[in-house]
Design a protein. Structure first.
Lengths: 228, 245
């Protein structure tokens, strides 16, 4: 998470490092109880909240949860379903029944072929990590135009800002349509100028998303664009 | 027994040929996150050994027959570059690299929380750029740092270290001459926090006392290397965070 910057109380831990005694606290994500200690299982920042100790990982793979908005890339097509890479450890499955089109059996490729990009929502994830996607819902569609880029999972909140404030500003300044999906993929569409600006923003997020100076750099970039 | 023919591995003053004491390690340097394309990566220099490790994943395991329904599989590929030794190594997999890939994967499986990612695969690529004895240990150390850098959950950072016997003396961290002409070699994969052993091989003969001394040396070295591994990981993110760790 982006909790990295503000405070001296934040402590960076590495796997196997003892965080503290396990009595009276519950082990949250990124931690494990071993003997009398809670140990970290990931490189990240310790967070304590309501008696739960967890580690906010600095780098983590996307783990799909039902309801997540994701941008997927079609990896393979069967007669009546699509498999999409959702930037996670497992491919998502989009059955014909959850697609927005009526397609005949065997004609799935005519709507979406390998390499096509879709905006979908995670319908369900079972305990064996089978992911079912859906494209039935407002705004869910095949993305035909614009650019797709990837940012680290822990930078998503930096790009969105508090209550999506940063994202709103960026949309207004760039005059682009921007979708930041939960799986770390960002879709941008607009005129060439706006896309170039958004590319610069995404580069900044990737390279400086961890730095305390990120917000200042982003504001400078936005001011630059406004004054141009 | 005194080494191999008339090769002297210990000097008159009790030091080794490169001037190290019997319980002294070669110099170790570690960097994390050196490859932008990989999910996690590490560079380890241990004496004259140089290893680079890249980690990709977790990703869907292909072909499907390698999938495990209850856990992830770790796919390790250990490879020595053709130019890593004075004799050119024929590129590609060979029997030795296959064996080291297998034992490394088994060692890593005991520290990575593989049950978190059923049916998936974590790809670990270890490339030895320069070799001077003990490359499997360097590979394990590099893999541990790269896995941590990739955000893969682990119980501990596993460290690869080796001790051995030359001229009836137990020594820590064999170099090339000691490895080639010594009497025994004992590489280990150690979990430094708990002192558990996840990987152990032995080449040659050691008495129980000698084995115990090797074990003590390895544990001590593992804790020293562990400090460097933690430092490398924290340094990487401290830099990214504007200097505060």
């Amino acid at each position: 998470m982006s909790g990295a910057k503000e405070g001296a109380e934040l402590r960076l831990v590495t796997p196997g490092e003892a965080i503290g005694a396990s009595t009276g606290v519950r082990a949250g994500t990124g931690t494990l109880i071993m003997g009398d200690n809670i140990i970290a299982t990931r490189v990240g920042w310790i967070r304590e909240n309501n008696g739960v100790t967890s580690v906010d990982p600095i780098h983590a793979a996307y783990m799909p949860r039902s309801g997540d908005l994701v941008i997927g890339v079609v990896e393979s097509v069967r007669n009546n379903l699509w498999f999409a890479d959702v930037n996670g450890p497992f491919n998502g499955l989009l059955p014909m029944s959850l697609a927005p089109w009526k397609v005949e059996f065997g004609a799935a490729r005519q709507q979406m072929d390998i390499g096509d990009v879709m905006l979908a929502r995670v319908q369900e994830v079972d305990e064996a990590h089978n992911i079912v996607l859906t494209m039935k819902g407002v705004g869910l569609r095949r993305l035909k135009e614009g650019i797709m880029s990837e940012i680290s999972m822990n930078h998503i909140s930096r790009l969105r800002g508090d209550g999506d404030s940063t994202l709103r500003t960026l949309k207004e300044v760039s005059d682009c349509r921007v979708i930041v999906a939960e799986n770390g993929r960002v879709w941008v569409d607009g005129d060439a100028d706006g896309i170039t600006f958004m590319r610069a923003v995404l580069d900044l997020v990737r390279n400086e998303g961890h730095k305390a100076t990120f917000n200042a750099s982003l504001e400078a970039l936005i001011d630059n664009r406004r004054n141009a | 027994m005194g080494g191999y023919g008339d090769v002297k591995l210990l000097r008159e003053d009790g030091l080794r040929l490169d001037g190290r004491k019997v319980d002294e390690m070669r110099e170790v340097e570690i960097e994390a996150g050196i490859l932008p394309a990989a999910d996690g990566s590490a560079w380890v220099k241990h004496g004259l050994n140089v290893a680079v490790c890249a980690v990709y994943g977790p990703m869907e395991a292909h072909p499907r027959k390698i999938q495990r329904q209850d856990r992830a599989v770790i796919d390790v590929r250990y490879n020595m570059a053709p130019f890593s030794t004075s004799d050119r190594i024929r590129p590609g997999f060979n029997r030795r690299s296959r064996e080291i890939s297998k034992v490394t994967a088994e060692a890593l499986e005991s520290v990575v929380l593989v049950e978190r990612y059923p049916r998936s695969k974590i790809r670990v690529e270890i490339e030895i750029l320069a070799a001077e004895a003990g490359t499997r240990c360097v590979g394990i150390t590099a893999a541990a740092v790269a896995l941590a850098d990739a955000g893969i959950p682990m119980r501990d950072l596993i460290v690869g270290v080796a001790s051995g016997k030359i001229e009836d003396t137990v020594v820590l961290d064999l170099d090339k001459a000691e490895d080639n002409y010594g009497q025994a070699d004992l590489p280990m994969g150690i979990l430094p926090t708990t002192g558990e052993i996840a990987f152990l091989q032995m080449d040659g003969d050691l008495s129980v006392e000698e084995y115990n001394t090797c074990m003590d040396y390895n544990l001590k070295a593992a804790r020293e290397i562990h400090v460097l591994m933690v430092d490398a990981l924290k340094r990487r993110y401290a830099e990214k965070n504007g200097g505060e760790a």
